[in-house]
Write a protein that binds this ligand. Structure first.
Ligand code: PRP
Length: 202
């Protein structure tokens, strides 16, 4: 039996479709249920930001999560496979027309991804004042809370609607299949079997 943590929403749907293709059966969660058991699999529906936590603590053997979230959390899990879905970028956004100027003292950067932001600015040897927000990041430069934001960009519509534009890309992200290290050791054949099947299906 393999337990697989999926993030609620579109990624869960896309991932279940891959499983349905591979195993030629339907995997459908009953209304509001968070666990689905079917054959050799138990699927868990969790928040996107919680997938790697379930896997890291071995409450799930396998998980599906965006590379952006993985990089931000830095938990020690095995990255098995790039599912090549859920494409997005983590980018720096500024008010339209403004230029990124690393020589400015104390750049103020608003983001929910503080670790990615910190290592990016450190890699440029730039000191930045990182302001942690939990959402509506695009608002920060509009009201003087920050000079720029680091945020997830999918279609670019949210930035555009708020008069911001991307000035630099930091990371390209797609969903990844991850595994717990112990599970990978003790359930290696099951996990590799699943890996092969999914790899063949994408
Ligand atoms: C992200 C991000 C932007 C938006 C970008 O938030 O913070 O607000 O999506 O998408 P777009 O480029 O297609 O407009 P998300 O929907 O992931 O919500 P979150 O606040 O829960 O992270």
């Amino acid at each position: 039996m393999l337990t697989i943590a999926l993030p609620k929403g579109r990624i869960a749907q896309d991932t279940l479709e891959i499983f349905e293709r591979v195993f030629e059966k339907k995997f459908i969660f009953d209304d509001r249920k968070l666990i689905l058991e079917s054959g050799d699999f138990k699927f868990l529906l969790v928040r996107n930001q919680d997938v790697a936590t379930y896997v890291y603590h071995q409450a799930a053997d396998i998980g599906v999560v965006g590379l952006d979230t993985l990089e931000e959390q830095g938990l020690d899990v095995i990255r098995l496979l790039d599912l090549k879905q859920g494409y997005c970028k983590v980018s720096i956004g500024m008010r339209a027309g403004e230029k990124l100027d690393f020589s400015k003292p104390e750049l103020k950067v608003a983001t929910k991804m503080v670790n990615i932001t910190r290592s990016y600015f450190a890699s440029k040897a730039v000191s930045a004042d990182i302001i942690k927000l939990y959402g509506s990041i695009e608002l920060a430069p509009l009201v003087g809370l920050a000079d720029m934001i680091v945020d997830v960009v999918q279609t670019g519509a949210t930035m555009k609607q708020n008069g911001l534009e991307v000035v630099e890309d930091i990371l390209e992200s797609t969903t990844h299949l991850i595994a717990n290290k112990n599970s990978y050791f003790f359930k290696k054949s099951e996990i590799l079997d699943l890996y092969e099947k999914i790899n063949g299906a994408i």
